[in-house]
Write a protein that binds this ligand. Structure first.
Ligand code: G
Ligand code: G
Ligand code: MN
Ligand code: NA
Length: 254
């Protein structure tokens, strides 16, 4: 498969890069963190979406190298921001199931934090609901270890995948990320709003923080704030930015 061969080389040829999308505490207009999102600029095919190549990387096992590459670059970037004085930021990194299940996963997170000289609390790992639902033993053991280290844990695309909630009190999760689909639905349907209100009250009961993703309009921002959702991520504030644009964005923001 061409894309597989190319992806292998892409890692060596620096065709893979990261962009960062700000996560905003809406009330004070404060940036609390940045989500790292991987990008691949293919020499002939142009930009290839992670939606396409993450799946290929998972099938071929390349996800391990790709995942480490992403984590290393994100941690390195966060260490730079920390040294510039942005000590209340974190960097959030998406994990694929395959990557998380790997026996060497915890060792590789620790190694990368050490190598980049980044304190664990600057790192947030975004888990899928699928990770949370499968292999309870393995998941619990790994999440406990990460939590003990001080790494933050969030559930990505919350409310779209599996519907079971029973895993939530079981794991040391810090944050739920309300899926974009729910935000869009809530703008048009009363039921969507009710689901978001239910997630917020669930999070409150379990002492979890909440961020809404994919927020694009002032109207969406307005009702999320009205419901008590304080953290916002989405095009309304900014699309994902290349690293050199993040500090200028922060300086001009508010
Ligand atoms: O940024 P974008 O909308 O193109 O991302 C598409 C999908 O790819 C999303 O589901 C996102 O979570 C996922 N994704 C983006 N970056 C990474 C990454 O570094 N690792 C993993 N596993 N998934 C990622
Ligand atoms: O699965 P995950 O939540 O990690 O994926 C995030 C994806 O959503 C990224 O591909 C990112 O580029 C995209 N994204 C971020 N903000 C918005 C937004 O406001 N609207 C839309 N449509 N996509 C967004
Ligand atoms: Mn994500
Ligand atoms: Na998401």
């Amino acid at each position: 498969l061409q894309i597989e061969k190319d992806l292998y080389q892409a890692l060596e040829r620096q065709e893979i890069s990261l962009v960062y999308q700000p996560q905003i505490q809406a009330a004070g207009g404060l940036i609390v963190g940045w989500e790292a999102l991987v990008r691949w600029q293919h020499p002939e095919m142009g930009w290839i979406s992670p939606g396409e190549f993450i799946a290929v990387a998972e099938e071929t096992g390349l996800i391990l190298q790709l995942g480490q590459y992403v984590l290393r670059h994100a941690c390195r970037q966060m260490a730079i921001w920390r040294d510039l004085g942005y000590r209340d930021w974190h960097v959030a990194v998406n994990l694929s199931v395959k990557e998380f299940r790997e026996a060497s996963f915890l060792a590789s997170v620790s190694a990368i934090l050490q190598e980049t000289d980044l304190e664990p609390h600057y790192l947030e790992l975004e888990l899928t609901e699928r990770i949370a639902m499968e292999n309870e033993e393995d998941t619990l053991q790994k999440l406990r270890y990460l939590k003990e280290q001080g790494v933050k844990l969030s559930i990505d695309d919350f409310g779209t995948g599996y519907s079971s909630l029973s895993y939530l009190p079981l794991y040391p999760i810090d944050k739920l990320k309300i899926a974009r689909e729910l935000v869009v639905m809530a703008e048009h349907k009363e039921e969507g709003m009710e689901i978001i209100a239910a997630i917020l009250s669930l999070a409150h009961a379990l002492n979890l923080s909440v961020i809404a993703e994919g927020v694009e309009t002032r109207e969406q921002l307005r009702f999320l704030l009205a419901q008590g959702c304080r953290q916002i991520q989405g095009y309304y504030f900014s699309k994902p930015l290349p690293p050199e644009q993040c500090v200028p964005f922060a300086q001009s923001f508010k």
